[in-house]
Design a protein around this ligand. Structure first.
Ligand code: UD1
Length: 366
């Protein structure tokens, strides 16, 4: 079975790494799996892409569709037309997509229309918030997916409710956590560690890039003020996503304890998270990583597609009202934040489970 593995944006790279690794290690005697790695080029800056390939030992992509920036529709259209052209020239049997980014949806549509099977890793999760492009991407992708690889029982139930039959749902765990556990011993301090004289448990990490939080200048300003006013003077380290950078530049916010830095490579970013007092974020994936590392996580969103990070993990939704930040930080500072546990099958073996299932599917289709 010829598999196209699709990766487009930063949060995809840690999800594909363990799958590629596991496919490479399946028994070559009985192995009918071959794969081609396709980078859509949705993220193209070295810091958003190449650094991750290098640190995580992901092989060079076989193809780069070079989609780059644009509106959602422009990006989607470029990825679709270029992937379709590639498939018409050199077809494959299965398109494996991960996560919920524009590339995930775009490639699954093209593959399905050309009669290929689609496998979705991290299928079935839902925020039911259709103002988020990621939710639309998830819903569209899952509506045409053949094989659903899931991270949680909640995701399984969402799929069952949508009428997906049991034999197409594979509860395998979380590939992002495979990458985290494998690389945890290699985490390494970024230059800001020395520059800002950071100390374990004595600083806050924040990330923010959702359009709903950063595209409105005054809202972003209020967020920043609420955070800086309630961290008791501790350093706040903020590796800034390109989308947020444009807005922050205009706002010109400055404070002695605010460290705005560029996007960090994987090993450096997670070193900072692991050793921080708490993380403030509007990301989804980071809430999973903080759950596994036991770091308090304050999520600046009204909903989440990853409820297990709240019911089981260290995450809490405080919403998008800057006024909610102070009470949440207060609980971090008076040490009453919950401790949490690690969700089922987030054990570092998900890539292997996926490769085993793909092998069986390959044998059936051969
Ligand atoms: C995308 C994903 C989001 C994910 C995030 C993580 C979608 C719909 N969203 O959002 O789920 O959490 O990535 O990073 O796919 N840019 C650069 N350099 C780059 C990449 C982007 O400068 O390497 C700029 C773009 O020009 C654009 C902005 O950043 O102005 C946003 O990039 P885009 O890929 O459209 O979406 P993200 O907000 O990154």
């Amino acid at each position: 079975m010829k598999i196209d593995i699709i990766a487009g944006a930063r949060p995809n790279f840690m999800k594909i790494a363990p799958i590629i690794e596991a496919i490479k290690h399946t028994d070559p005697e009985q192995n009918r799996l071959t794969y081609r790695l396709i980078h859509t080029g949705q993220h193209y800056d070295k810091k958003m892409s190449a650094d991750f390939f290098e640190q995580l030992g992901i092989p060079e992509p076989d193809v780069n569709l070079d989609a780059r920036s644009g509106t959602q529709a422009e990006q989607t259209a470029r990825i679709m037309t270029r992937y379709e052209k590639l498939l018409l020239e050199t077809p494959a049997d299965l398109c494996l997509v991960v996560g919920d980014v524009t590339s995930t949806m775009a490639c699954s549509i093209v593959a399905k229309k050309l009669g290929m099977k689609v496998a979705h890793v991290e299928a079935g999760i839902r925020s039911y918030d259709l103002t988020m492009p990621e939710e639309i991407n998830r819903m569209v992708t899952d509506s045409i997916t053949d094989y659903f690889f899931t991270t949680s029982e909640v995701a399984n139930n969402n799929l069952r409710k949508a009428g997906i039959s049991e034999e197409r749902i594979f509860f395998v765990g979380n590939t992002m956590i495979d990458t985290l556990l494998k690389n945890r011993p290699r985490f390494t301090p970024p230059p800001i560690w020395e520059e800002a004289k950071l100390e374990k448990g004595q600083y806050i990490v924040m990330t923010m890039h959702r359009p709903a939080n950063v595209d409105e200048e005054q809202k972003l300003k209020r967020f920043m003020e609420a955070i800086l006013n309630n961290v008791h003077g501790l350093p706040v380290v903020f590796p800034v996503h390109p989308r947020t950078a444009k807005m922050l530049d205009r706002l010109g916010i400055e404070a002695d304890n605010l460290h705005l830095i560029g996007p960090l490579p994987y090993l450096e970013f997670n070193y900072l998270v692991e050793n921080s007092k708490a993380v403030l974020t509007d990301s989804g994936g980071i809430t999973e990583e903080t759950t596994v590392m036991g770091v308090p996580c304050i999520t600046l969103r009204d909903n989440t597609e990853r409820p297990e990070t709240i019911t089981e993990g260290t995450n809490e939704l405080v919403g998008t009202d800057p006024a909610k930040i102070a009470p949440a930080l207060e609980r971090v500072f008076n040490n009453t934040w919950k401790t949490g546990s690690i969700p089922e099958k987030w054990d570092g073996k998900t890539g292997k489970r996926i490769a085993e299932i793909l092998k069986k599917l390959g044998n059936i289709s051969a």
